[in-house]
Write a protein that binds this ligand. Structure first.
Ligand SMILES: C[S@@+](CC[C@H](N)C(=O)[O-])C[C@H]1O[C@@H](n2cnc3c(N)ncnc32)[C@H](O)[C@@H]1O
Length: 421
């Protein structure tokens, strides 16, 4: 053998956080799409490195529960909160070790229901213009499924089917599915849009059942069978001691929003059609309730020179945008102070963060998060950098808010690790 043939073709970096080409939809992570999801490999690697023994794990912006699922299958007691009710529903489904026999009985029952004649719709969503977003045949079929869901009394089973129904609603609606914001399909594409509602639901259920089987196997071999707790508190307003006691958390693993919902990822709009069909609370108000949802009246100083000067530069171009952006950082700072109170001494906080651009100005969120933690008695441990190969995020956006003027937005993110003194 020649010396050449013994050389590796590609030398992977020693500490690779990119996970390019990794399977990110294993276990129950396949259940439902969601904007800016964390990839499970990041949570798994952080847990292996910073919480190798069973501990209490918190995700204060848990979204669809990626870090919670990864913690649970490793024997951690996991706690998550999210203000978006659809995110909580997806997390609940993903964290439930549903018995397969019960699921299969319910699937048979549903199949019989789908084959039965479709009756008059009992309940229809009232908070949206239904015929603008759905074709009549789609409405009829979704209402038929919804009537079946309504008679399920078991919470775990209901969450499992509701999540598959939610993706069916989104995919069979008249909304564009390549966008997180709610935009109707153009007229030309609508003419060819003839969604198969029951077929879509069946495909989601098959896929999710396979994911559940993987999850059940992983959960069964966890070092101890731990529990998951889902809360609905606002991480900015405070963490109730009745939900999580002060100084009781050993590790926080989270990816906060990149900015306010209005100008970055509109979680509320993404969830709106499903939330209406599932009768989830406050479907229309979600985006305003999330971090940075209410703009500030004056530009504050955050005592982070790079952030303050970026905000002033934006303010000079567009005061309204600067006040929206500042509201996000004010909320982020408040939520970090709340998180700090529940972390035990020596506990670790891992934040996955993207530095986005607004009006062409790069916002140093990584430095801001580090500073906000330092002011509440944390020290910096390490920051890992990663390229974003596959996160469902727009890689180009319109930071100037002018139609057609785009700029490169986040292609990299930082994983910041802080320790409580
Ligand atoms: C980047 S996403 C988290 C994604 C999650 N890591 C996953 O893998 O699905 C950020 C989440 O923060 C939530 N959020 C925003 N403001 C919040 C607040 N004040 N309190 C709790 N959750 C909030 C949003 O609803 C969204 O689901």
């Amino acid at each position: 053998m020649s010396a050449w043939s013994q050389l590796p073709l590609f030398e992977p970096p020693a500490d690779d956080w990119t996970f390019s080409g990794a399977q990110t939809h294993s276990l129950t992570h396949c259940y439902h799409d969601y904007p800016a999801r964390m990839i499970p490999q990041i949570a798994a690697k952080l847990i292996a490195r910073f919480a190798p023994r069973p501990a209490r794990l918190l995700d204060p912006y848990c979204g669809t529960g990626t870090s919670l699922v990864e913690g649970l299958i490793r024997g951690h007691e996991v706690h998550g909160t999210d203000l978006n009710p659809l995110a909580r529903l997806i997390s609940r489904a993903k964290l439930t070790p549903l018995p397969l026999a019960a699921l299969d009985t319910a699937c048979d029952d549903l199949e019989a229901w789908l084959r039965a004649p479709i009756g008059q719709p009992q309940k229809l969503p009232r908070g949206i213009n239904l015929t603008f977003w759905f074709q009549p045949a789609v409405i009829e079929r979704l209402a038929h499924i919804r009537a079946w869901l309504d008679q399920l009394s078991d919470d775990g089973l209901r969450a499992f089917f509701a999540v598959a129904f939610s993706e069916t609603v989104r995919e069979c609606s008249n909304a564009r599915t390549d966008e997180f914001k709610l935009y109707r399909l153009p007229q030309k594409r609508l003419a060819q849009h003839t969604p198969d509602v029951f077929g879509t639901l069946r495909a989601k259920l098959r896929r999710n059942r396979a994911g559940l089987c993987e999850f059940l196997a992983a959960y069964a071999s966890a070092p101890r069978q731990s529990r998951a707790y889902l809360h609905a508190f606002d991480s900015v307003k405070g963490i109730p001691a009745s939900s999580i006691a002060p100084e009781s958390v050993q590790i926080v693993i989270t990816s906060p929003p990149y900015g306010d919902s209005h100008t970055t990822v509109a979680y509320g709009q993404f969830s709106r059609l499903s939330a209406e069909w599932l009768d989830l609370p406050d479907a229309a108000r979600t985006d305003r309730a999330l971090m940075g949802g209410v703009p500030l009246k004056d530009l504050p100083s955050f005592n982070v020179p790079a952030l303050d000067s970026a905000l002033q530069t934006i303010y000079a171009q567009c005061p309204k945008r600067a006040l929206q952006v500042a509201a996000f950082y004010a909320d982020l700072r408040a939520s970090i102070a709340n998180v700090a109170q529940v972390v035990a001494r020596g506990g670790i906080a891992c934040y996955v963060i993207g530095n986005r651009k607004v009006c062409g100005v790069l916002l140093p969120t990584d430095r801001a998060v580090q500073h906000f933690f330092e002011t509440v008695n944390f020290e910096h441990v390490v920051t890992y950098q990663r390229a974003i190969p596959n996160k469902r995020m727009p890689q180009r956006n319109s930071p100037s808010n002018r139609v057609g003027v785009t700029d490169e937005t986040m292609t990299r993110e930082a994983i910041l690790v802080m320790r409580k003194r």
